[in-house]
Design a protein around this ligand. Structure first.
Ligand code: AMP
Length: 290
């Protein structure tokens, strides 16, 4: 695996690959890699001749400085895992490589509309602008044919889809399923920050989503959401939100018609660690056998 730190070097390398007719898949990450990340690398490897992974903890997308400072870093292990998975290129830029004018300088504004006003957009002001800023820069540097993202960050997938149309990027987006621990907890770099007790209780997110999936009925959703919130609270999770929304536009629903494709989404704190998860719910309601 090539480890490349400068934008101009990775650009030059990938330009040569493109001229040879090689197809480029890209997996952007913030490192502290787990099997969820590696499943994205594997998906890219199946469909592309060159897979590029980036590791960059993007200061522009953290609205909480403690979250940024405590973000886990396991670079040696990440490099080992990427090598083992067969990733061809690791792009490992510094902050000045991504933001030559500084993080505070030359800040663009992306028109994300409604998407930025709900869920993560509402609870993490500025977060998606920061995500778009780094992705805009990375997409210009890597210019991949295919981009691999995780469903775990469902709203982020929608934001990046919107960004690609705003910046006329040609990459095709592939949304990959969420990898979970055996007890259901979605894999996340932030799980490393949980102590033993918190780690056990953090399964409440999955349990709450599963409860919604098993009990959803057409009609008003408020009682179901109330019960699902209780499951979180019993596990000492403090929710920012617990919502059901349409899959295609993320319109938040109070009522479900039993036909529209929907998703349940949760963000909750376990101690100081903020966790998110989601689950796509049964389509075309036919009882709760799903
Ligand atoms: P991050 O390093 O958290 O920015 O994540 C990098 C990419 O990995 C994003 O597209 C995430 O959605 C994806 N990802 C994170 N956790 C998982 C998971 N448990 N399963 C699959 N993909 C994931």
């Amino acid at each position: 695996m090539f480890i490349i730190k400068l934008a101009k070097d990775v650009e030059r390398y990938l330009q040569k690959q493109r001229l040879k007719g090689n197809i480029i898949g890209f997996v952007p990450t913030m490192g502290a890699l787990h099997r969820g990340h590696l499943s994205l690398i594997e998906a890219s490897k199946k469909e592309n001749s060159i897979t590029v992974c980036s590791i960059f903890i993007n200061p522009a997308q953290f609205n909480d400085s403690e979250d940024f400072q405590k973000y886990p870093v396991t670079l040696d292990k990440d490099i080992y895992e990427l090598e083992k998975t067969g990733c061809e290129v690791l792009f490992l830029p510094s902050v000045s490589e991504i933001y030559p004018d500084g993080v505070e300088g030359n800040v663009p504004v992306y028109d994300l509309g409604y998407l930025e006003t709900i869920l993560e957009g509402k609870y993490r002001p500025g977060h998606f602008q920061g995500v778009c800023r780094v992705m805009d820069r990375l997409m210009h540097i890597i210019d991949p044919h295919h981009l691999y993202l995780g469903q775990k960050d469902y709203q982020q997938c929608m934001v990046i889809t919107k960004l690609l149309s705003l910046i006329d990027a040609r990459a095709r987006i592939h949304v990959c399923t969420t990898l979970r621990e055996p007890d259901g907890l979605a894999m996340s770099s932030r799980n490393m920050r949980l102590n033993e007790e918190e780690r056990k209780l953090a399964t409440g997110l999955y349990e709450s989503l599963t409860f919604i999936k098993q009990n959803i009925q057409p009609g008003p959703l408020s009682n179901l959401l109330k019960e699902a919130r209780k499951i979180l609270e019993q596990k000492k999770l403090v929710p920012d939100y617990i919502e059901i929304a349409t899959v295609d536009t993320l319109s938040l629903l109070d009522d479900w018609d039993g036909q529209t494709k929907i998703i349940a989404l949760i963000a909750a704190f376990m101690g100081n660690v903020r966790l998110i998860d989601n689950m796509i719910l049964p389509f075309n309601f036919a009882g709760n056998e799903n």
